[in-house]
Design a protein around this ligand. Sequence first.
Ligand code: AOF
Ligand code: ZN
Length: 375
Amino acid sequence: GFDRIGSEVIVLQDEDFMRAALALARHAEGRTSPNPLVGAVIVRDGHIVAAGWHRRAGTEHAEIHALRMAGELARGATLYVTLEPCAHYGRTGPCAKAVAEAGIQRVVIGMKDPNPLVSGKGIRILENAGIDVRCGVLEKEAAQLNEVFLKWMETGFPFVVLKAAMSLDGKIATCTGESQWITNHASRNRVHEMRDRYDAILAGIGTVLKDDPSLTTRLPDRQGKNPVRIIADSMARTPLTAKVVTDGLAPTIIAVTELAPPERVEALQNAGVQVLTAGKGSRVDLRSLMKQLGQREICSVLAEGGGQIHFSLLKAGLVDKVCMFIAPELIGGRSALTPVEGEGFSSLGDAVRLDRMTTEMLDGDILLTGYVVRR
Ligand code: AOF
Ligand code: ZN
């Protein structure tokens, strides 16, 4: 495709249209789980004539929205789609077949679908129908868009994001335990956007006993989606009067071990929360917990502390992404808590390393984001 600005001819590339499809897919962030985020645009003679994105699991896929909008314009056009069109009869019919039947001539794909029901098969259906297929355009961006879906689909485990808010000198509270609020309004707002996006939120029983948090989503312009609340509470000590038990604003799962007193477990169940058993010891077996959450189609977990659970998650190799909010403030105090406690790694060689680091300024606070390096 091309366009003309004065005498200059601008040639639009596959990457430009794929970028549009990626942007459309993001409209549904936090709404499609356990399905991926997918966007699609249909292009004729260098112009986008139709577009669509997947809205919600169980509803039509991105390609179908775009094909419907295109109507007869689809014949002979190019389809850009961020994920390989599906090949299976699931909650909806196979998109690859619908694409071929609509007369699309060329398909440009961001990345192959990791779903074994689809992977490679969608591309084969298209090619067998005589369609020219190009796969892997903006592949890195397409994979990052679906970092949650990829992790869950490939491993069965949820994508885990460790989030903490601290002062510039690395404290999450003062030595007397005061922690509200270290970071500013913009940072806290960003945390609520994360809660809106991820399937579940994880906190330790220490946090529940100390703060009685509601762990819900509160955004300035809209309600947002509340995450499923998961409390790591080996001995089932969560009070029946805790907000996560009584407010009914989102499902709550209490993760206990086999050591939890059965009468406490029963009291919690009667109060309407789900209890999951993970491990036999004095601490919840987080690997077993994550596995069980993945089996329940909880594809992402936002871990919001405290420091003990953060260290256990890191040590067990369960963390995928780290988001650290840093406030321009110095608190000090040898006994003031930090984002990662536990016994710590004794050797630097064992420390958890991050890469793909990015920084973002939030009205004077800093958000540092990185991905755990797998070893
Ligand atoms: C989506 N939206 O736009 C595309 C998807 O349960 P189903 O039938 O909706 O199928 C879900 C699978 O379809 C999903 O795991 C992925 O492999 C494939 N593609 N899914 O939800 C879409 N293109
Ligand atoms: Zn499909």
